[in-house]
Design a binder for this molecule. Sequence first.
Ligand code: TYD
Length: 205
Amino acid sequence: MLVTIEGIDGSGKSSLVSSLETLLSDLSPVITREPGSTWVGDQVRRAVAERMDPVTEALLFAADHAAHLSTLVRPSLRSGRLIISDRYSDSRYAYQQETLRGYIPEPLEWLQALHSGWTIRPDLTFLIVLPVEEALSRIGDKRMKEHFENHNLLLRVQEHYLDLAGGDLSRFVIIDGLKEEGEISEFVAGVIRDSFARSRSHHQP
Ligand code: TYD
């Protein structure tokens, strides 16, 4: 079963994923992320840091996704594992929909066509939503900011995320990112546990 965690920078995704690793340790989940750990992922980080043009950047993120699917997601699904990915295709549909505006006439349609036929749809996607001001204050000045981390861009990205969720309510669970961290992780772990148990009982011969 494939579970993805999405949200803008500073939404608390990464700490949620690390709590889930502990709370669900008895299920031995495969914990992963995009951009991933293959050399393609390294090139993506480099392109982001060097402010490559948005089309190059989008194609690199998609290439990283293809490498992620073939090296990890497909084999893990085949062996019946629970996979939890910190960011996945919806990050492209939300972020690159915004960064490609003005470069490509219909960015979302272009991105969806780019993924069509080979991507794998997640079974469950948790979208953490919170005010952009709060997300930015959590990021703070502690580390160098990526160019994605500015107020207007994140505002639009979060709107795109919400539109995606609105169009696919059977897959998305929206999480209030202002809730207490422990409360969020307990809730998400419970939903994953139930869904994983159900998916296993469906797959029993
Ligand atoms: P990441 O290193 O995962 O940072 P974070 O810890 O904030 O999730 O991702 C780096 C940036 O790349 C992040 O600002 C979101 C952006 N991104 C995209 O724009 N498109 C994508 O497809 C992905 C996976 C990430």
